[in-house]
Design a protein around this ligand. Structure first.
Ligand code: COA
Length: 427
């Protein structure tokens, strides 16, 4: 039995943040029913397309293991069906712009009155406050949540990161909120609202930078390169380049081949317990006892010099050769892996973290599987649904509508075309 078997999700999500949350719940065994607008569906079906008339990878990689029903919720018949779904589902998940659900007439009060056990989970860009009504996408959240101002090099502009900490990060937070509310419901018998703001989710992931903001009030941040460079700190946490965010100084260093390979680099951490081994490996055994290098505090003003010396050594090895040597000595380090290398990494295939999925229109493609491994509830990744693929079976098997009621709904146009189209371009 899957961990969330028996839990039914009304998935009213779109784009990335909400779909990542419901995909996780589906991987854990929940029956996730994605409600989509007839004709277009989730806008990502038609965005960043690499093949004609096929759901985009953007969509397929965020909507595995779900079922799809098309419903025009701006028709009375569509709205009726949605209310019936709210009665038989355990959780409604949505990430529309602020106010959309209320405009549909789907307020928390009404939903709670109709189904007191229903959990209503929402992603919004901001929580209550000056920006509560704003629409938000990934990079806006990274900027407003403290990530952009602390990412990049100090002589350059703020940078956004490739990791989707605003969208997928908030989806993860929301999934935890939902399973927590499900657990709470086993004792209270009642559903509740679960709200995650993307700004809050990003800030939660930038916690160490708020830590540094407060440390800054008591003196310079000595593990930042800026300190070794003798450049004064301002009043807010600066961008720290590739400096480690923890108590063990680290840097990205060049490896053999860096002149032509943009990813021939390694992250190298000068962890205190293995400092002696580091000195031996790089050929500086004298640093083990030299008072300028032996103790962590003495090393802090000299990190640029120390890492330059370590880099002389790493540049003589490929990143994988360096890994092999350093790991023997338990020196924490990691290769900079390109997406190509990750896609080809066999160990990630073996654990199901990278999976090959077959899609009837697209054929085989790679996706990221479930990064959370449950021993008694392993994840099997199945393809994303075609638009409206399960409309009829949901009306019949989930909502238990009889043939005449189903015929009336279909005839009303509330579900759009009865034949599921492969994809309709939404761009
Ligand atoms: N049938 C009919 N109408 C539907 C529908 C359906 N099945 N599903 C949605 N709609 C309508 C809604 O009723 C709404 O219409 P309204 O504005 O007339 O009330 C509209 O579609 C949805 O609008 P909205 O959420 O504003 O979409 P958008 O494309 O303009 O904005 C976002 C997209 C992501 C910016 C916005 O949804 C948002 O800020 N979401 C919260 C934060 C978030 O999750 N952002 C990250 C996305 S990865």
């Amino acid at each position: 039995m899957k961990a969330l078997e028996g839990v039914r999700i009304l998935d009213f999500t779109h784009v990335q943040s909400g779909p990542t949350c419901t995909q996780l719940l589906a991987w854990f065994g929940a029956d996730v029913i994605k409600v989509e607008r007839p004709g277009t569906g989730d806008i990502t079906r038609g965005q960043l397309c690499d093949l004609p008339d096929v759901d985009s990878l953007y969509f397929t990689m965020l909507n595995h293991n779900k079922r799809s029903i098309t419903l025009d919720t701006k028709t009375p018949e569509g709205m009726d069906v949605l209310w019936e779904m709210a009665k038989v589902c355990d959780v409604l998940v949505e990430n529309f712009a602020p106010g959309v659900l209320d405009r549909m007439g789907f307020s928390w009060d009404k939903l709670h009155a109709v189904n007191p056990r229903l959990i209503v989970a929402s992603v919004k860009g901001f929580g209550p406050g000056p920006y509560a009504d704003c629409k938000v996408y990934e990079n806006v959240a990274q900027c407003a949540g403290g990530s952009a101002s602390t990412t990049g090099f100090r002589d350059g502009p703020p940078l956004v990161t490739g990791a989707q900490i605003g969208d997928s990060g908030t989806g993860l937070h929301l999934a935890l909120g939902i399973v927590t509310a499900l657990f709470h419901r086993t004792r209270s018998g009642l559903g509740q609202k679960v709200d995650c703001a993307m700004q809050d989710g990003v800030l939660n992931l930038c916690r160490i930078k708020l830590r540094d903001q407060q440390r800054l009030e008591h003196g310079p941040l000595k593990e930042y390169s800026q300190f070794g460079d003798g450049e004064p700190f301002g009043t807010s946490v600066p961008r720290a380049g590739n400096d480690s965010g923890g108590g063990q100084p680290g840097r990205i260093l060049k490896c053999k081949g860096w002149e032509t390979d943009p990813n021939a680099y390694i992250y190298f951490i000068t962890q205190t317990p293995v400092w002696g081994a580091i000195c031996d490996v790089i050929g500086e055994p004298g640093w083990k006892t030299d008072p300028d290098y032996a103790k962590p505090a003495a090393r802090l003003p000299r990190l640029n010099e120390i890492f330059a010396r370590i880099e002389q050594w790493t540049m003589t090895k490929t990143k994988f050769e360096a890994m092999d040597i350093l790991n023997v000595h338990h020196i924490p380090c990691g290769p900079i892996l390109s997406m190509k290398e990750i896609a080809e990494e066999t160990s990630l295939r073996e654990t199901g973290t990278v999976v090959e999925v077959d899609h009837p229109l697209r054929g085989k493609y790679l996706s990221v599987g479930n990064p959370i491994k449950l021993s008694a509830s392993p994840t099997e990744v199945t393809r994303s649904p075609l638009l409206g693929e399960h409309t009829n079976e949901i009306l019949r098997d989930v909502l238990k509508f009889d043939d005449s009621r189903i015929a009336a709904i279909l005839a009303s146009g509330a579900t759009g075309a009865t034949e599921a189209p492969s994809r309709v371009a939404a761009e």
